[in-house]
Design a protein around this ligand. Structure first.
Ligand code: FES
Length: 119
C-alpha cells in the first residue's frame, strides 16, 4: 500500500524513491487498475498511461524523441507532458499524471473525487 499525501486538487501517491529511477529509466506500475509508465528524462519525471489509445498496445516501451513517445506497434506519437495524441493512428489522448518529487520520493498526482464534481 503506497503512502498517500493529500494536496488541494490532487492526492499524491508515492511510487518509487528518486534513486531507484535513474535518468533514462522507466518504471511500470498500476494506478487504480490502469497501467502507467513513469519516465525519468534527464531528471524530469513524466507519467502517462501505458496503453496506446489506438489499439491498446503497450506504449511505455516506445522510443522517445524530445517530449514525445512513439507507440512501438503502429507509430502513433503522444506528448509525455500531457498525454495528447499527436499523430495517427491514435486520435484519443492517453491519461497523463502530474509528477513531483517530495522528500526523495517520486509522487504521482491523482485527481481527488471532490475536484471532479461539477461546480
Ligand atoms: S497500438 Fe499504438 S499506434 Fe496502434
Amino acid at each position: 500500500m503506497p503512502d498517500v499525501e493529500s494536496a488541494a486538487e490532487y492526492t499524491y501517491v508515492r511510487v518509487a524513491r528518486v534513486e531507484d529511477l535513474p535518468s533514462g529509466e522507466r518504471l511500470f506500475i498500476e494506478i487504480n487498475d490502469l497501467p502507467v509508465v513513469v519516465i525519468n528524462l534527464g531528471g524530469i519525471f513524466f507519467a502517462i498511461g501505458d496503453i496506446c489509445t489506438h489499439d491498446e498496445g503497450p506504449l511505455g516501451d516506445g522510443e522517445i524523441e524530445d517530449h514525445h513517445i512513439i507507440c512501438p506497434r503502429h507509430g502513433a506519437k503522444f506528448d509525455l507532458r500531457t498525454g495528447k495524441a499527436l499523430t495517427l493512428p491514435a486520435v484519443i489522448d492517453t491519461p497523463a499524471f502530474p509528477v513531483r518529487v517530495n522528500e526523495g520520493w517520486i509522487e504521482l498526482g491523482l485527481k481527488t473525487p471532490d475536484s471532479q464534481k461539477p461546480q
